[in-house]
Ligand binder design. Sequence first.
Ligand code: CA2
Length: 150
Amino acid sequence: MSKPIYILNGPNLNRLGTREPEIYGRTTLAEVEAMCRAAAPEQEIIFRQSNREYEIIDWIHEAIDRGSGIIINPAAFTFTSMAIMDALKMFPGPIIELHISNIHRREPIYHKSYVSPIATAVIAGLGTKGYPFAVKAMLTMISKANARHP
Ligand code: CA2
């Protein structure tokens, strides 16, 4: 049995679907979770959201101990958190940084990500459909990693 993929979501994403639909759409985070599970029915997925930086760091540590890959939408922590960056640096497997919106089309405060320089890949601007897309990409990355280290 392969190790789980962690999908971690940062602050305010528990309110997804309730405001700014022109940027973020109307899909709720529970629906996003269902989309992720449907994209990889055979794969164990640990899907979580927190408004607390320390909790996300603790979950990254958990993923370091038992995860195969991390998909993370750090939300506003993307632009502020060296602590999340430091935790992610310790993860040995693939990391996908994911944003629903294209952060580079937005105001300059959304352009400098602490996570991008240490991520394996970055997905931004595909809307919530970016999540199942990231899951499929992660499955490929994990199977390649397993092929190299059977
Ligand atoms: O586009 C993304 O996924 C973001 O990571 C979302 C963050 C924002 O700070 C990033 O620049 C880009 C904000 C999430 C706010 O949460 C929402 C809550 C309710 C409705 C929509 C978004």
